[in-house]
Design a protein around this ligand. Structure first.
Ligand code: SF4
Length: 325
């Protein structure tokens, strides 16, 4: 892969939150929400990020966009380390990097009309020179997300959930970004609308050469839209590879359990019929050794004492498990 194909490089990214009994007392530990994550994202690809709630997926997405301040590590976007940007330089990156959140209603200003909301970034980033140009661009963006000019005068409460998420997408597209973090963009929507939004996001990626980091707990969505996927557990990536391969023959015991517990039963998959009943341990008290050992059916003594490193077991396929490396 040529280096200029790489759009985003994340290096040893960490996000720790201090834990205190009272705000004025010294910290007594840290919640390790993101604990040394590294990966690369190529231009035009959709990388899926899966894991249970509390695995650190959303924190990772927010740190990449500097919407949360990382504790340490690098985020190199188009050859620029954005963790080094000064606070006044950060808004400039949102001309090229955007996010679509889970809940479209809370992402929209209830007092603004659709046209104003989509037009706002065009004005802030000086992307249009006149009111006529702005109106034409708003109409074009609405068309791109499958809506018509009649929506310009509407308020969020006059729209359906699916229409609201289309407006959120249109607003994200208004600055012509290269990269979008899609943070569970369909999980707050009705099942009947989810497929429409997924198909829209997929069509837009193809038409506009967008690159996605697609965060979801829904593996069927990841399978549909992402060419590669990363599985997170307690702040770390524990398996990373091509979506087809990982879903059909996952190597890490956690990935196998995750797939067997949430995928629609598939007779071609020969995974353990176990479920992830135990709760994910607290990220304040991350287990020593392999952080999955307290729930792993294959744990051995070595798993309690030594942390496995993410290792390439096949070209482009990485796993962190002592039994495989
Ligand atoms: Fe299970 Fe040990 Fe592998 Fe961790 S390293 S996933 S505990 S077998």
């Amino acid at each position: 892969m040529l280096d200029n194909a790489v759009l985003l490089k994340v290096r040893d990214l960490k996000k720790f939150y201090p834990v205190r009994r009272h705000s004025f007392l010294k910290e007594r530990g840290y919640t390790k929400a993101v604990d040394g994550v590294s990966f690369e994202l190529n231009r035009g690809e959709a990388l899926g990020l899966v894991g249970e709630s509390g695995s650190g997926k959303t924190n990772l997405g927010l740190c990449i966009l500097r919407l949360r301040e990382p504790t340490s590590g690098e985020v190199v976007f188009k050859n620029q380390d954005i963790t080094k940007l000064k606070p006044n330089e950060i808004p400039g990156i949102y001309k090229d990097m955007q996010i679509i959140f889970q809940d479209p209603y809370s992402s929209l200003n209830p007092r603004m009309r659709v046209g104003e909301m989509i037009g706002e970034p065009l004005v802030i980033y000086k992307l249009v020179k006149s009111r006529i140009e702005k109106e034409a661009k708003i109409k074009m963006l609405l068309k791109e997300v499958g809506l018509n000019d009649a929506f310009i005068e509407k308020y969020p409460h006059e729209l359906s959930e699916g229409q609201r998420q289309r407006i959120v997408i249109a607003r994200a597209l208004s600055v012509s970004p290269t990269f979008i973090v899609c943070d569970e963009p369909t999980s707050a929507l009705d099942v009947s609308v989810q497929a429409q939004i997924i198909n829209l996001l997929e069509d837009l990626r193809n038409q506009l050469s967008l690159t996605y980091l697609f965060i979801s707990h829904d593996l069927s969505v990841i399978k549909h839209i992402c060419n590669r996927m990363a599985v997170m557990y307690l702040g770390k990536i524990i398996e990373f590879g091509e979506t087809e391969k990982v879903c059909s023959s996952a190597k890490h015991p956690y990935t196998r359990l995750l797939i067997s517990s949430i995928l629609i039963p598939d007779p071609t998959l020969k995974y353990e019929h176990l479920s992830l009943n135990d709760e994910i341990p607290s990220s304040i008290d991350v287990p020593a050794g392999c952080r999955f050992h307290s729930r792993c059916p294959y744990a051995e003594e070595v798993c309690q004492n030594s942390e496995p490193v993410l290792t390439e077991i096949e070209r482009g396929w990485f796993v962190a498990c002592h039994l495989l490396i």
